[in-house]
Design a protein around this ligand. Structure first.
Ligand code: COA
Length: 197
């Protein structure tokens, strides 16, 4: 097991800020509970809807987030509104698994998911020094598949699981992230107006 992060801190990417889950306020926790009990989100996630009252869910998730093999963040938009949750779990040796829920439907298909993932990948490969980040999604969730592919995850395996759904394993090796990050830096330098005139 790897010490995932001694002291989680806020991370940013584009319009999105990730805050350690321990810093969520009561309003955000009520939204977390709404997201976790939403039947459509639960189906997309492959879990049963969560019926815990807010106080218990908060206690469970905060305890989970203190595990040494996990880092969990709340996702906030540019208005500082809580919109979802993202985490790395099973952080072991040089790899971890990523999970994400943008729980606010108003924010689906508007690029918030990829921005949150970019922020967490910076932590995964830079601060945690991982070699591979993987994730599981379902073939019947094309929005998730498109978002993960956009960030640079590649599909490596499909397998039919209980209930007949098809699980898709996608990975992002460190070298792919470094290449994409290099490209992003080069693009931002090209886009920056030259001061030397
Ligand atoms: C999956 C999720 C993280 C993606 O984040 P997002 O911010 O919505 O992602 P994006 O804005 O990049 O949108 C995804 C892409 O899929 C496209 N898309 C949306 N619905 C689609 C569909 N039914 N078929 C094909 N493509 C679709 C969007 O147009 C967008 O592509 P574009 O940027 O080229 O227009 C987010 O939608 C979410 O959390 N959903 C609910 C829970 C969930 O599915 N979690 C993932 C479990 S593995």
């Amino acid at each position: 097991m790897t010490a995932a992060s001694a002291m989680p801190r806020s991370l940013t990417s584009g319009r999105v800020r990730l805050r350690p889950i321990a810093e969520l306020d009561n309003r955000a926790w009520r939204r977390v509970a709404e997201h976790f009990r939403d039947p459509e989100i639960a189906f997309l996630n492959g879990t049963p809807p969560n019926r815990m009252p807010v106080w218990l869910l908060r206690r469970v998730l905060r305890a989970d987030a203190r595990r040494r093999d996990r880092v969990t963040y709340g996702i906030f938009d540019e208005r500082e509104d809580y919109i979802g949750t993202i985490e790395l779990y099973d952080v072991r040796h040089d790899r971890a698994t990523l999970g994400i829920i943008i729980g606010e439907r108003s924010h689906w298909s508007r690029g918030y998911g990829p921005e949150a993932i970019e922020a967490l990948l910076d932590e995964a490969f830079h601060d945690l020094d991982l070699q591979v980040v993987q994730l599981h999604t379902f073939a019947d969730n094309p929005r998730a598949h498109a978002a993960f592919a956009k960030v640079g995850f590649s599909e490596v395996r499909r397998a039919t699981v209980a209930g007949g759904r098809v699980d898709v394993l996608m990975t992002m090796p460190r070298h792919a992230w470094l290449e994409r990050r290099g490209l992003r830096v080069a693009e931002s330098v090209r886009a920056r107006p030259s001061a030397a005139r």
